[in-house]
Design a protein around this ligand. Structure first.
Ligand code: CP
Length: 306
C-alpha cells in the first residue's frame, strides 16, 4: 500500500511543488467549482476554535464536488470527551473518510496522528507548532501581489513566540533567495531560537527591531499577528504584550505604496479597522485565497492532481 500524502509542516515542501500548487490554485480561482471529488469524503476534526481554516477546508471540499463530515467542537462532541485517544480517533476516521483535516492544541499532534492515519492527514494547526496550509496561502498571496517571492523583505509582527503561522511562513520564505525577515515583537513574544537557527543555516538575513514605524518604511509586507491570550500561562505577561504594536492609517501611510499588510486573522486591536479601506490591506483577500489553495491541496493529497 502506498503511503498517504500527509501535510504536516512547511519544511516538507520544495519550490517546484509550491510553484505547481500555486498554478493549480490560480486555475481553481478562475473555475471556482469542479466535480473532481464526487463521492469523496473529508473529515474535519477541530479540537481548537476556527473560522477560516475549518470553513475554507469544508467549502473547498464542497466546491470540488465532495462531502464533509465534521464535529463542531471535537473536544466536547467527539469521544475525546469520554477519554478516547487521538490515535484511536484517527484510526476510526480513516475508515470513514478519504482525507482528514485536523487542528489540535498540542505541538506535534499532527505528526503523531499521521502515524495512525491510513488516509492523508492535513495539519490545520498544532498548538504553537505549525500551520502549513496557512503559510502556503500566505505565500500565494505574496506571490499574487508581487509576482515573485525572491528578494522580498517581510516584517513578522506580534506574537512570534506562540504564533504557528509565523513559524510556518518563516520556513517557507527561507526557500527563496534574497528574502529578508524582520521580527517585531514584545519582549515576552520573541521568535524562538529554532527558527533563527534554521534561517541562519539557510543564509536568510533576519533581524529583530522594536521600532515598528521604522520597519514599516522598509518592508514589502508587514505580517501582523494577534497576541494569543489562550496560550499564556501568566495573565500579567499577556497584558504586558497586548497592544504593543498596532497598525493605524497614520503608520500604514509610512509604507511604500506597493507594500501590503497581511494578517492570518482573527485580529483584535493590532490592525485598526480604519486600515481596511487602504489599498495595501490584503488580509481579506488573503483569507479568500485560502479557499483556492486548500482546494488545490485536497486534490494533491488525494492524488487527483499532481
Ligand atoms: N488563520 C486562521 O487559522 O484562522 P482560524 O483560526 O479562524 O482558522
Amino acid at each position: 500500500m502506498t503511503e498517504p500524502r500527509h501535510i504536516i509542516e512547511s519544511q516538507q515542501f520544495d519550490r517546484p511543488f509550491i510553484a505547481a500548487l500555486f498554478d493549480k490554485a490560480a486555475e481553481l480561482a478562475e473555475r471556482e467549482r469542479t466535480g473532481d471529488l464526487h463521492g469523496y469524503t473529508l473529515a474535519s476534526l477541530f479540537y481548537e476554535p476556527s473560522t477560516r481554516t475549518r470553513f475554507s477546508f469544508e467549502a473547498a471540499m464542497y466546491r470540488l464536488g465532495g462531502n464533509v463530515i465534521t464535529t463542531e467542537n471535537a473536544r466536547e462532541f467527539s469521544s475525546f470527551a469520554k477519554g478516547e485517544s487521538l490515535e484511536d480517533t484517527i484510526r476510526v476516521l480513516s475508515g470513514y473518510a478519504d482525507v482528514i483535516v485536523m487542528r489540535h492544541s498540542e505541538i506535534g499532534a499532527a505528526k503523531r496522528a499521521a502515524e495512525f492515519a491510513t488516509v492523508p492527514l492535513l495539519n490545520a494547526g498544532d498548538g504553537a507548532g505549525q500551520h502549513p496550509t496557512q503559510a502556503l496561502l500566505d505565500l500565494f498571496t505574496l506571490h499574487q501581489h508581487f509576482d515573485r517571492l525572491e528578494g522580498l523583505h517581510v516584517a513578522l509582527v506580534g506574537d512570534l513566540r506562540y504564533g504557528r503561522t509565523v513559524r510556518s511562513l518563516a520556513y517557507l520564505l527561507a526557500k527563496y533567495p534574497g528574502v529578508r525577515l524582520t521580527f517585531v515583537a514584545p519582549a515576552v513574544c520573541q521568535m524562538h531560537g529554532d527558527i533563527k537557527e534554521y534561517l541562519a543555516r539557510q543564509d536568510v538575513k533576519w533581524r529583530e527591531d522594536g521600532d515598528l514605524n521604522a520597519v514599516l518604511r522598509e518592508v514589502d509586507c508587514v505580517y501582523m499577528t494577534r497576541i494569543q491570550k489562550e496560550r499564556f500561562l501568566d495573565t500579567h505577561e499577556y497584558e504586558r504584550a497586548y497592544n504593543s504594536y498596532r497598525l493605524t492609517p497614520e503608520n500604514v501611510a509610512l509604507m511604500r505604496t506597493d507594500a501590503i499588510v497581511m494578517h492570518p486573522l482573527p485580529r483584535l486591536g493590532e490592525i485598526d479597522p480604519a486600515v481596511d479601506d487602504d489599498p495595501r490591506a490584503a488580509y481579506f483577500q488573503q483569507a479568500r485565497n485560502g479557499l483556492w489553495v486548500r482546494m488545490a491541496l485536497i486534490l494533491y493529497v488525494l492524488n487527483v492532481w499532481g
